[in-house]
Write a protein that binds this ligand. Structure first.
Ligand SMILES: *Cc1c(COP(=O)(O)O)cnc(C)c1O
Length: 390
């Protein structure tokens, strides 16, 4: 009988399981791998084209292979590849498909630094690009005969817009265009792009997979067709992640489902509490009934995570929003999210969208709700939000 995913999260990716030995795959650091003869060395070099095996440190060691196996299991892919950052995984995925004279179509909700890949890599290499609206209304008309890749993110960065991903994939695939999705929000657990029809799922393991704010890593998971097309590029471009980092992410992932359940539950409590506050114009959280595509969230997501964004009423200035942020005791001020702790930052939504105009809105504040006791978080938010009325 096939085990449930929650059980597989615990038991997959354990390397060569032994009757006697450590629970976790040991950290295997290596550059040189030694062979006992030229014949076995040649054999390994031949087999590494299709198998994950030890041949040279740049191609990973047993620790990386165990992590790749676990994430492949969760995402339902054919193979996975580790990268030094999430952004590197995104960049190499795009480079795998985009060629001079071609075109890449992005969801307007992509992680904002992806726009820098556009301006600093696609544009100088004569690859054009566009952004489509997250309600999908202009998706088909923005596809071109020369479109080589659709790159989406759902739920989207900062505002958590839900795309109808199966529909996007259907339309793209009808024209033979592959679809890659940034799945950092879902992180191998809450959302499954490959199951919804995408060809490649990219995750910043820096966030929930690590879960403890002390590792930088990206992971690309591809279906078989996509792997055959772009699977050799990461190695060709020298992409690798250290065995120590792979071990930390593997360790973090064992509690992924448990952590996300608490992040999601607490974030929903905070979201509903913030909805009641008169200072708040809108709370952006895909699990809320008033989210414009809550139906897609209910259909496609297993639950929510700790991310939520609020828009303050327009009478509050940036300086007031910043005083609110500074007054919070339990929310750290810093980039990234997905660790066990709560975080807060102002969100530049206008700069992160171009197919839709977000100017003229109130101040946006993005929270990551951590694993603290939610009543302490609410008390902290209450004293903080009260500073707006001083
Ligand atoms: C953080 C993030 C990334 C980039 O990950 P890094 O490891 O910081 O490069 C990519 N996509 C999304 C949605 C993210 O939130």
């Amino acid at each position: 009988m096939a085990h449930k995913l929650k059980t597989r999260l615990i038991h997959a990716g354990r390397g060569a399981a032994r009757d006697i030995g450590p629970v976790n795959p040991p950290v295997m650091r290596a550059s040189t791998i030694l062979f006992d003869s030229i014949t076995t060395w040649r054999d390994a070099r031949k087999r590494r084209e299709t198998e994950r095996l030890l041949s040279y440190g740049a191609r990973g060691t047993e620790t990386a292979f165990a992590l790749e196996e676990l994430i492949t299991e969760l995402e339902g892919g054919y193979r996975a590849q580790l990268f030094p950052t999430g952004l590197a995984a995104i960049a190499v995925t795009i480079m795998g498909y985009a060629r001079a004279g071609g075109h890449v179509l992005f969801a307007d909700s992509v992680y904002a630094p992806v726009r820098t890949i556009c301006s600093h890599f696609l544009k100088p290499n004569n690859i054009s690009y566009d952004f489509f609206k997250t309600d999908g209304s202009d998706f088909e008309e923005k596809l071109r005969p020369e479109t080589q890749l659709v790159f989406a993110e759902s739920p989207g960065s900062l505002l958590y817009e839900m795309l109808d991903l199966p529909e996007i994939c259907r339309i793209a695939h009808e024209r033979g265009i592959p679809v890659a999705v940034d799945n950092t929000w879902g992180s191998g657990w809450l959302y499954n792009p490959l199951e919804l029809g995408a060809d490649v799922s990219v995750i910043a393991a820096t966030k929930y997979l690590c879960g403890h704010s002390d590792v930088m890593m990206g992971i690309m998971v591809a279906n078989e067709k996509a792997w055959k097309q772009i699977g050799e590029l990461p190695e060709a471009l020298g992409q690798v992640s250290s065995a120590d980092d792979a071990s930390l992410v593997l360790r973090g992932m064992r509690t992924l489902s448990t952590r996300l359940a608490v992040h999601g539950q607490s974030a929903m409590t905070v979201a509903k509490w913030l909805q009641q506050r008169p200072e708040v114009k809108k709370v952006y959280y895909p699990g809320l009934a008033d989210h414009p595509r809550n139906d897609l969230y209910e259909r496609d997501c297993k639950g929510g995570n700790g991310l939520l964004t609020i828009e303050l009423k327009p009478e509050y200035t940036l300086a007031q929003a910043e005083t609110f942020i500074d007054s919070l005791a339990l929310f750290g001020i810093g980039a990234s999210w997905g660790g066990y702790e709560s975080l807060v930052l102002p969100a530049n939504v206008t700069g992160a969208r171009s197919a839709t105009d977000w100017s003229g809105h109130g101040q946006f504040i993005r929270f990551h709700i951590g694993l603290e006791d939610v009543s302490d978080l609410l008390a902290d938010l209450e004293q903080g939000i009260n500073t707006l009325n001083k």
